[in-house]
Design a protein around this ligand. Sequence first.
Ligand code: FMN
Length: 329
Amino acid sequence: MDWKTRVTSLLGCRVPILEGAYGGFGNWRFAAAIAEAGAYGVITASVYRTPEGLREAIRSCRDATDGAFGVNLSFGVCPRMPEMLEICIEEQIPVETAAYKPDSLAPRIKEAGLTWVHKCARVKDAVHAERLGADAVIIVGLEGVGFKSPEQLPTLISTIQAKRELRVPVIAAGGIGDGRGFMGALGMGAEAIMMGTAFMATDECPLGKKAKEKIVRSTPYHPQLRNQVLSPPDPVAFKKAMEMRDQMPVDEWLRMVERMLLKDPAWKIDSDLSGEFLFDQEWAGEQPSRIVSLAVGVLDRVVPARVRVEGILSQGEEILDGWEFLNRR
Ligand SMILES: Cc1cc2nc3c(=O)[nH]c(=O)nc-3n(C[C@H](O)[C@H](O)[C@H](O)COP(=O)(O)O)c2cc1C
């Protein structure tokens, strides 16, 4: 079946599935494997730290695959954002901005005519990005993981609201990991899905084997996981972080806010932690259950990326075939 949507046309991928970004390990090899599977690979620029490192990664990925991929630029996490963007412009590669407001980069992206997707948690931020000229918007619901907003709503209502309010295509994310989630998202009005957690449980993800096994063994009912994913950030911690806004460089502050929103108990930056991003340290080891989403509820096995993608599509087709009422219309 041809799963063509406005998103596949925009990004040039065969199927409407995007890879999430991953601070610490979203490298070009992983993106290339996902692009090879027909989905859209994403290189997380922060992994490469320098613009030249990013350029090399883009070129290596191009050499490794004819599939479609782009670059994630995460505000507050990725260093030297304007220079990283210039590399994307020179290399003519689509960008995905994420977290915080994309206003500072938007004029340059538009001037350069780059394909641009913005990822955010609230529909009002999606509307704002559309006004700035984003070609598509990824909306991450509460079930997902990443830049948590205290105002975030579940994937279902976020996707539907985004569809109602935007003209540009909507990409749904947050807790999606199988064909049912995929078809549900399309039903809600999305024209593609993005998966972070589900692609982590693939052979090509650069995490350790044990870490991946732990992901597929995790249950969304575990109180710690549920609390981490679903509960809003501690209001006292949130207030304190907001008070610290003008007391440190904005990059450092954003990093700290991220740790606090992800409910890292050691969220305050001190001399030992400054400059380090949560995932760099945590994910090199074997504690994956800290940062995964409720998508673990539909992940049973670690499989090659191609199998994950094909499995979702064939389950999607099975669902369509099983809907007998379609034949009676
Ligand atoms: C370990 C990990 C690290 C992440 N790091 C980033 C990041 O640096 N930038 C970003 O935009 N999103 C980041 N995300 C969020 C994902 O890109 C994606 O939006 C999210 O995983 C979608 O929810 P799901 O996990 O339920 O599929 C990260 C997610 C995970 C699991």
